[in-house]
Design a protein around this ligand. Structure first.
Ligand code: DP6
Length: 349
């Protein structure tokens, strides 16, 4: 027999960035972070997991290609789920699995992303959140979302925030064992549904420096990181929570742009320096800054992760439509600098 479960998880975009670990093995960050989870119809991972006594080993396929499971991160997610697994019974199929059987049962995992992997669009966030969620479903893990988020964290830090919709905060925690490092939902997706997120794909090529190795180099070499983590981020987190609660777009946009810029400044402060943004990314920043300045109050926020693609957050649908017009004007379709636009709201297309 084969027992299967399928799940889908969206990706999330950090507006206050996670960059730097205080514990590499457990994936514990040096500061809190806040993100917005996207609509699963656009950027998400879909994962099917199957368990069968006829599987001789654990195996995984990503977008149809088999990948090595030896990495500690997959093993951590599997191990943490197996530890919490409970009895499962499927009467129709006549399957009965005792909780202790999960230790011996191997799984096959197939996961698909509906967006370019490793283009700096945090595909690992959706992937690991989905893996943990779906394994939990298969193994009848009955933990609350906080606990699931701390398992997902051990796959990829940013994944812990994709367990929830809406705006989410990853509390860095204080404990050495990571037991208090987990995500909480600040508000659900209906709280601020005027916002429209547009992702301008500047390049879908694989990024040159992975987040994991980039942040390791930053922790080891950047003097600015200490200042950011200890002095800047704690007060920004409080202000961002307030801005989100009050749907205060002006503060939200200022904090989001400032935090993206400081994250890239910290990358530049790393030795050797890390350049995630390209000239096109810089041109997009100028476009938004000039527009916001001309309006006197921010209309659009920008944020860039570990890659050149721009995540643009418009205050409402009308602004999003204008933004799209401006982007198309500045980067006409024949301009190869910008490959395509992916929208957070289909109706704008
Ligand atoms: C720039 O979560 O991909 O997107 O924990 O090593 O897997 P690992 O890193 P990852 O880093 C994400 C970094 C970021 C900022 C963020 O999402 O907060």
């Amino acid at each position: 027999w084969v027992l299967m479960a399928t799940g889908r998880s969206p990706t999330n975009i950090a507006v206050i960035k996670y960059w730097g670990k205080r514990d590499e093995a457990l994936i514990l960050p040096v500061n809190d972070s806040i993100s917005v989870t996207l609509d699963p119809d656009h950027l998400s991972a879909t994962t099917t997991v199957a368990a069968s006594p006829s599987f001789p080993s654990d195996r995984m396929w990503l977008n149809g290609k088999e990948i090595e499971l030896s990495g500690g991160r997959f093993q951590s997610c599997l191990r943490e789920n197996r530890k919490r697994a409970r009895d499962v019974e499927d009467k129709k199929k006549g399957i009965k699995i005792k909780k202790e059987d999960w230790e011996k049962l191997h799984v096959h995992i197939a996961s698909y992303n509906n967006f370019p992997t490793a283009a700096g669009l945090a595909s690992s966030a959706a992937g690991f959140a989905c893996l943990v969620f779906t394994l939990g479903k298969l193994m009848n893990v009955n933990e609350d979302y906080g606990e699931l988020s701390s398992i997902a964290r051990q796959g990829s830090g940013s994944a812990c925030r994709s367990i929830y919709g809406g705006f989410v905060k990853w509390c860095m925690g204080k404990n050495d064992d990571g037991s208090d490092s987990m995500a909480v939902q600040l508000v659900d997706e209906s709280h601020w549904d005027d916002l429209v997120i547009i992702i301008a794909v500047v390049s879908s090529k694989q990024k040159e420096t992975s987040s994991t190795s980039g942040m390791r180099d930053t922790v080891e070499t950047s003097p600015l990181l200490q200042y950011r983590a200890q002095t800047v981020v704690p007060s920004r987190i409080l202000k961002m929570e307030e801005a989100i609660k009050n749907r205060d777009f002006e503060s939200f946009a200022r904090l989001t742009c400032a935090d993206s810029n400081q994250f890239h400044a910290v990358c530049l402060d790393t030795s050797p320096p890390i350049f995630y943004m390209s000239d096109t990314s810089h041109r997009i920043i100028s476009l938004v800054e000039k527009w916001n300045h001309a309006e006197g109050t921010p209309q659009v926020a920008y944020t860039f992760d570990a890659g050149p693609n721009a995540v643009l957050i418009a205050r409402n649908r009308k602004t999003a439509a204008l933004l799209l017009q401006r982007l198309l004007y500045c980067f006409p379709p024949q301009d190869n600098d910008l490959e395509s636009y992916m929208l957070g709201d289909k109706s704008i297309l």
